[in-house]
Ligand binder design. Structure first.
Ligand SMILES: [Zn+2]
Length: 208
């Protein structure tokens, strides 16, 4: 880019790296150093559960953790592109193939607070990169359905219960941000398989 034009851009649209605060060009998302540090994944780790196999981009720590939190809680929605790249690189690394792409939906509460579904935004970017359809197959159950639950049950369904929105076909790629106990991924995979999915492959940005 023309250096003069870039200087003007920096003055008119000041932009800084969300992770370290360095001044960056108007169109950048992170500084080069943070981006290089961040993109060292995917980690060679596969988890096979009763319902699916799970691949991870990295550990839920340092810069990866910061970038996820900045995206989810800091209002830096442009970072969806960075997180989509993490998912995309994980998919490429394992060269797995699937027929449709879907995501773990945000809870009702999170949707109300943020006004958008964090994983849906990432899924849309990934979908464009890999030229595979992304379909909303699962949604969070309405809060009213949780009223009858015991305290124990409610604790177990931290992010809410899920219901099927559309019938899955073939092999489904399911994406999510942070994998902790695997309860969420397993619950969603089970739903998809019971509704007719041939197989579920999960891709998570980080493993806690
Ligand atoms: Zn930086």
């Amino acid at each position: 880019m023309d250096r003069y034009f870039e200087t003007i851009l920096k003055v008119v649209f000041p932009n800084s790296c969300v992770l370290c605060g360095r001044t960056i060009s108007a169109f950048s998302l992170l500084c080069e150093e943070c981006e290089a540090k961040l993109f060292r994944g995917p980690i060679p780790l596969v988890e096979k559960t009763k319902w699916c196999e799970v691949y991870f981009y990295g550990r839920y720590e340092s810069l990866l953790r910061d970038v996820i939190l900045a995206y989810k809680n800091g209002g830096h929605w442009r970072l969806r592109k960075i997180l989509a790249r993490a998912i995309f690189e994980t998919m490429s690394r394992y060269s797995t193939s699937f027929d449709v792409l879907t995501w773990v939906p945000s809870s009702f509460k999170a949707l109300e607070e943020r006004g958008f579904d964090t994983m849906e935004m990432i899924a849309k970017v990934v979908s464009k990169n890999i030229h595979t359809k992304c379909v909303s197959l699962i949604e969070s159950a309405a809060p009213s359905t949780k009223r009858g639950l015991t305290r124990q049950q409610r604790r177990e369904s931290v992010r809410g219960m899920f219901v099927l929105k559309a019938k899955p076909r073939g092999i489904v790629a399911l994406i999510d941000d942070v994998y902790t106990t695997g309860a969420t991924i397993n619950e969603c995979s089970k739903l998809l398989l019971q509704a007719g999915a041939e197989k579920v492959i999960a891709y998570c940005i980080a493993k806690a």
